[in-house]
Structure formats: C-alpha cells, structure tokens
Write a protein that binds this ligand. Structure first.
Ligand code: AMP
Length: 446
C-alpha cells in the first residue's frame, strides 16, 4: 500500500509576530450603506409609491442596471453633464461597451421598443424603484449610487398627462408629509427651442468674459444649459436674458397653458420658472422640478425630483415616434427630509415572546414560533439564550404583551405557560391550544 508522503510541517510563526493585520475595507467613494435604522423611512416611501401607482393604474417595471453605453449617449445626449462626465462605463471581457444606468427613462424607453409595447393599449403607464449611478462629486444629497422612484406615461401627447404626472409626484411627497411646490416651465418643440437658443447665445456672447470656464463651454455647445448654471454672478446675468415663453410656438403655448389649468384645477401649487431647462437633451414642452417649501437654504442638491415630456426620445432610440412624459424622485433626498422631520415613534411591537428552557423546550419553542407566525400573530424569540431572566428582559424590550414559556416539564406535560407581561401573572394552558388561547386574549384586549 502506498504510504502517504511525509510533508514537512509548516513552520508556524510565533503568536503575536504574525503578518501585518489586514486593514478593514473602506466604502468606495460616493457609495453608502443604508442601515436598518433607516429602513423604516425607505419602506414608508416605497409603500406610498406603490399605493399611488396602484391607485393610478401604473404597472411596475424593472430594467437592467447595465445597458449598452450607446443607449445613454444617444438617449440622454452627448453634450449633457451625465454623458460627458458622469457615466460609469466600461468594456466587458466580451468587448461590449456598457454603462451602469445613470437614469431610468432611456432604459424604459428601450424596453418599450424592445417588447413592442406600442401594440398594447396606449398610454402604457410604468413605474420603477431603482438604483442609478453617476460619477458626480459626492456631497450631502449627491451620491454616486442613488435611488429613484419614477413614473413614465408613454403613448399619449395630451397636456393632461403632464399635469397628472406633476400631481402624482407632488402627491407622493404630500402623503409623506412633505409640502412641495412644482417649479414648471415649457421648453417648447425642438424648432422653437432652436430659435430661442440663438437668441440666448446672442445675449450671452458679449458677456462672455463674465462667464466661468464651464459656462463658456456651455455657450458654445448648448446655450440652453446656461440657464441651469448655478455659478456665482449668473443670477444677475440671467435676470435680463430672453425668456423661452416669448419664443414658444402657438401649439406649445397652448399645451403649457392647459397643463397649468389642470394643475390649478387639482390644487397643485406651482411656480413658473423661466430658467428651468433640466439637464437632459430628451425633454420637449413641459419640464418641472419639485422642491420642499420648508427648505430654507437652496443648493444644487435641493431638488427632490423632476420630470417632463420627452416626445422625441423613442424615435432617437430607433422606435416609432411616440409621445411620452415622466418624472423621477430622488429617494435618498426624500428620506433625508423625512428624517429631519418630527415623527411618530417607530413602533415595532410584538404580541408574544416565545421563551424556552432546556433543549426539549427549545425544540418545542421553535415549532411554536412557526405556529404563531402562520396564525398571523407577531412573535419574537431569543432561542440562542439559555437564561430565562435574559429572555424576559428581551420580551419586555420588544413590548410583548405575553410571553410563552416552555421548559422540560411543559414538554413532558404537553403544556405551556402564558405570562402576562404587564400583570406579571402566569397560567398553565394545554400546549396544543396555546395559539388559540393567545388569539382569545388578543380578541378581548382589542
Ligand atoms: P434628475 O432627473 O437628474 O434631475 O434626477 C431626479 C432626482 O433624482 C433629483 O431631483 C434628485 O432628487 C435625485 N438625484 C439625482 N442625482 C442624484 C445623486 N447623484 N444623488 C442623489 N440623488 C440624486
């Protein structure tokens, strides 16, 4: 029989002289963890979003995090900040050029074309709750990975859709207790915008020396973006600049007037903002953003969300001309607002605490916990703890009204102890009926 080869023992370094201890990993810049203590707010936002979309007949859709880079270059626009500087793009080992999605509309439009949704009854109403990635300078309210809740209504050009979207976005915030105002503008059709861009460039050209380097580039590439500029001194220059409303064609003007009339009708507070253009190329006609009316200090990170009409996007992406509009709300910012507001206590009470003593008791308790769960009774446990005192302390901490105690004796007798946590009284019940007994007690105390 072959003998196993003798292997020289690995020389062990004496304790304490080991290699340098590994350093813990830091977060990648711009990324963050959303910890359990914040989940209450995230869940609340999700539930309000879902409730609203159900009520408005909007179906959920989720598209991939990775898309072909070309989708955003073409869809969002080559000269936008997003495409020029903010995309997380890379080449896969298979040679594909892909990008972590920086926004939701392009991907959803791709999905609409890809799945032939044009053949469905129009408009198609879709919502998403997804993560997006932009390589921006991280600061408060600006992350490199962030969440948006968004709605797109595709296949309808009527102004009522624009108003309904602004209403839904506003209502989402209102239901969460945030009083918001919709800042709104119309950037007209591509043709009316072209004339306006020329007028704007003509206005800013003689003032070129007063512009920042970034704004000088904007003047050359897309003067409309100058209106977006938050550079110091720009507010003064913009005040005298030509306003787009004066350049709108009749159809665009009518469309915009109707959007405002609908908003008046449903009581959504809005402010006309002649300088609102939004940073993305695909917008046409209505554009809007949402701001918290109680926020005193406005920064570039103040907008809670934004949206508008994008009638030309489907065609740019290779689909048939299809009117569409949508909005996206930044959930990281909404949650941060919620956290700064006074809130009711985060209730996390349970009905019963299942306590155990000894191995047999633990086994029975494990099964009993399942029985409570299946009966829809909120139960808590500390199965890994042996001491009954520790378990009772935990039961108190989680606000349990009753504790069920099963030890060796109860398992042998086929019983269980029910302890009233407030009164401190105990009773012995039939182990098979313990769930039923608790249901009876709950019915009495409700
Ligand atoms: P946008 O369409 O780019 O205006 O984005 C819509 C909303 O998403 C913004 O109003 C923000 O609330 C949120 N948002 C956009 N970029 C970020 C980011 N980098 N970090 C956190 N939230 C963001």
């Amino acid at each position: 029989m072959p003998q196993p080869k003798k292997v020289a023992p690995v020389s062990k370094k004496p304790e304490g002289v080991s290699k340098k201890a590994p350093q813990p990993f830091a977060l990648v810049r711009g990324m963050r963890d959303i910890l359990p203590s914040d989940q209450y707010y995230w869940r609340k936002c999700f539930e309000v979003a879902q409730g609203l979309c159900d009520a408005y007949g909007v179906d959920r859709v989720e598209t991939p995090v990775l898309e072909e880079s070309g989708l955003f270059v073409r869809g969002v626009g080559k000269q936008t900040d997003i495409v020029e500087k903010e995309m997380f793009s890379f080449e896969t080992t298979g040679g594909e050029h892909v990008t972590l999605r920086p926004e939701g509309t392009a991907g959803i439009s791709r999905a609409y074309i890809h799945h032939g949704m044009l053949n469905l009854s129009q408009p198609v109403k879709l919502w998403y709750w997804s993560q997006f990635f932009r390589h921006e300078k991280p600061q408060s309210g600006r992350y490199r990975q962030f969440w948006q809740y968004g709605v797109e209504i595709i296949g309808e050009s009527d102004a009522v859709v624009d108003a309904q979207l602004a209403l839904m976005a506003w209502r989402f915030l209102k239901d969460l207790g945030i009083d918001a105002v919709v800042r709104i503008n119309s950037i007209g059709t591509a043709e009316s915008r072209a004339n306006y861009k020329s007028a704007l460039a003509a206005y800013f050209r003689p003032k070129r020396s007063r512009l920042s380097e970034d704004d000088k580039k904007r003047l050359l590439k897309n003067p409309l973006r100058l209106l977006d500029s938050k550079e110091p001194g720009m507010a003064e220059l913009k005040a005298e600049a030509p306003q787009i409303v004066d350049w709108l064609d009749e159809t665009s003007k009518n469309h915009f007037m109707r959007v405002l009339e609908y908003l008046d009708e449903v009581g959504v507070p809005y402010q006309l903002d002649p300088f609102l253009v939004r940073g993305l190329d695909y917008y046409t006609q209505t554009v809007f953003e949402l701001y918290d009316t109680n926020e005193t200090e406005e920064t570039a990170q103040s907008a809670l969300g934004g949206g508008g009409r994008y009638d030309g996007l489907m065609e740019i992406l290779g689909g048939r001309p299809t009117p569409a509009a949508g909005f996206a709300l930044g959930i990281d910012r909404v949650v941060s607002r919620l956290k700064s507001m006074p809130h009711e206590q985060q209730e996390k009470k349970v009905d019963v605490f299942v306590a155990q003593l000894g191995e047999a008791g633990r086994k029975r308790a494990l099964a009993l916990f399942e029985e409570f769960r299946l009966a829809g009774i909120k139960a808590a446990e500390a199965f890994a703890k042996n001491s009954i005192k520790t378990q009772m302390e935990t039961a108190n901490r989680c606000g349990a009204r009753w504790a069920i105690i099963v030890g060796q004796k109860e398992v042998l007798d086929g019983t269980a102890i029910i302890r009233d946590m407030d009164a401190g009284t105990q009773e012995i019940v039939d182990g098979r009926k313990v769930v039923h007994e608790i249901q009876k007690k709950m019915a009495i105390t409700e």
